[in-house]
Design a protein around this ligand. Structure first.
Ligand code: FAD
Ligand code: NAI
Length: 475
């Protein structure tokens, strides 16, 4: 097998594996290197997203939500459940199986698209004559070459100083997805996306969950009205969220972890938890890449420095996903991967950062795209707002989940949609309509004039658009 490639991709997370597939589709001889191992030591492509991120967290969110519904919501439907219990080991095994299906799916896609996969660590050796040599250290060691290299090495969880992850008591996302018995008391440091999603999973199956957040405001990046509503709903479910805390010493004992902290009022606490999840953000991963060998520049925060087109400091070396600036989201990584492959082919791949949606998969879900009301105010952009509560939506009533709302923000003069914000049932799906609308630079009137199926949750989107012009029909 020839080891000379047109495109070598390092990392097979959503950024890397999608870039490799697109490059192969465009006719390039493509290799993709990834070092992730499954429990048998075999390849497990898919990166953080597939192995310890998006996919396993959503599997556990679904299992725990089913359990919660059976225990609480079913009774309203006249369904009586006796002797309800949950087998956590089985829940985790199901999650592992979902992960494996995704790993296998990617290996199949590599074959189908004729991407050559290498299992091992990829590191730069040298650049010579416009060609990059990349060492692959796996079961054996070999060197391959590429005219273009796409770095997609992702990110790692950030630890608190003095509290290294042991994944038994002090857990990153990896350990948080592997807990095999419900902890009586679970501590979570960081009320961000991971803290809220994983806190929800373990609360639903019976843990007493305390979330400790440094910032004085809840979900500061989310539209304030939506964040307030979400905070109220999550607190009502029993998530104990403490804002404005200052974390002190963290001491792991034999069976528990003690966290000292000062709350927003200045009162000192010393709480003992059976497990502690630390979810305070992630850091770019350039470990073992040997970026120096080819003079690849990092920025001051350790990300690979790239321009708007994902070009690095070196010719024909590109970088995408969590290892570069921008939101750490799987779909952002994928879009960048596709755009880079297309640019290598001389096309005009483009990523619109203004229309990247965000979703937090709590229940109710939180989703948004575009500007928040506080951003528009700060930027001095005149806007009109329209909201519609799910309480007034027939499908939501039939579902038995009427929490939350849809909110539209449109330009006061042109009516162009500037942001759409949602908290409520299945808004992870509803947000796509807003993304499409914004991508096509639609006005709120465009959405208001489109026929939406009845009864559906998406009618709330139409109604919120109507509300921008103060002409809701059902509220
Ligand atoms: P990664 O997915 O991190 O993949 C990088 C890959 O490169 C890994 O397989 C790694 O082993 C490999 N690698 C690194 N260095 C080398 C090397 N030198 N040689 C060979 N291989 C190497 N995002 C969403 O959009 N939606 C979600 O619901 C969501 N949920 C999440 C839940 C959790 C708990 C976490 C932690 C993250 C979640 N994310 C979610 C974020 C998402 O996982 C990341 O944004 C995404 O995985 C980034 O993709 P990537 O390809 O840049 O990197
Ligand atoms: P995050 O950035 O979402 O949240 C971290 C939180 O920790 C913030 O609220 C921050 O103020 C707080 N914090 C930071 N330092 C602290 C300290 N010392 N003490 C107390 N609180 C502190 O990061 P998180 O949750 O770790 O997730 C990382 C990233 O992974 C997310 O930003 C997101 O990009 C991605 N992700 C996406 C998901 C999705 O799309 N549904 C799900 C999970 C993760």
């Amino acid at each position: 097998m020839s080891k000379e490639f047109d495109v070598v991709v390092i990392g097979a997370g959503p950024g890397g594996y999608v870039a490799a597939i697109r490059a192969a589709q465009l006719g390039f001889k493509t290799a993709c290197i990834d070092e992730w191992k499954n429990e048998k030591g075999g390849p497990a492509p898919g990166g953080t997203c597939t192995n310890v991120g998006c996919i396993p967290s959503k599997a556990l969110l679904q299992s725990s939500e089913n359990y919660e519904h059976a225990g609480h919501a079913f009774a309203d439907h006249g369904i009586e459940v006796k002797g309800l219990s949950i087998d956590i080991k089985k829940m985790i095994a199901r999650k592992d199986n979902v992960v494996k299906q995704n790993n296998d799916g990617i290996l199949y896609l590599f074959k189908k698209n004729k991407v050559t996969f290498f299992h091992g660590r990829g590191s730069f050796e040298k650049a010579e004559g416009g060609v990059y040599s990349v060492k692959v250290a796996g079961a054996a060691e070999e060197t391959i070459t590429g005219k273009h290299v796409i770095v997609a090495t992702g990110s790692n969880p950030r630890a608190l100083p003095g509290a290294a992850f042991d994944e038994k008591l002090i857990l990153s996302n990896t350990g948080a997805l592997e807990i095999d018995a419900v902890p009586k008391k679970l501590g979570v440091i960081g009320a961000g996306v991971i803290g809220l999603e994983m806190g929800s999973v373990w609360r639903r199956v019976g843990a007493e969950v305390t979330v400790l957040e440094a910032m004085p405001t809840f979900l500061g990046a989310v539209d304030e009205q939506i964040a307030k509503e979400a905070q109220k709903l999550l607190a009502k479910q029993g998530l104990n969220i403490n804002l404005g805390v200052k974390i002190g010493a963290i001491t792991a004992g034999k069976k528990d972890v003690t966290v000292e902290y000062t709350d927003a009022s200045g009162k000192e606490h010393k709480d003992v938890f059976d497990k502690l999840i630390v979810s305070i953000g992630r850091v770019p991963n350039t470990n073992g890449l040997n970026a120096e060998a080819v003079g690849l520049k990092l920025d001051e925060r350790g990300f690979i420095a790239v321009d708007g087109d994902c070009k690095t400091s070196q010719p024909n070396v590109w970088a995408v996903g969590d290892v570069v600036r921008g939101p750490m989201l799987a779909h952002k990584a994928e879009e960048e991967g596709v755009a880079v492959a297309e640019r290598i082919a001389g096309q005009h791949g483009h990523v619109n950062f203004n229309t990247i949606p965000w979703v937090i998969y709590t229940s109710p879900e939180i989703a948004w795209v575009g500007k928040t009301e506080q951003q528009l105010k700060a930027e001095g952009v005149p806007y009109k707002a329209g909201t519609f509560p799910f309480m007034a939506n027939g499908r939501a009533r039939a579902l038995g989940d009427t929490s939350g709302m849809v909110k539209f923000l449109a330009d006061a003069k042109t009516d162009e949609i500037l942001g759409v914000h949602m908290v409520g049932p299945m808004v992870s799906e509803l947000i796509s309509e807003a993304v499409v609308a914004m991508e096509f630079r639609a006005s709120s009137e465009d959405i208001a004039r489109i026929c939406h199926a009845h009864p559906s949750l998406s009618e709330s989107t139409k109604e919120a658009a109507l509300a921008v012009d103060k002409r809701s029909l059902n509220f």
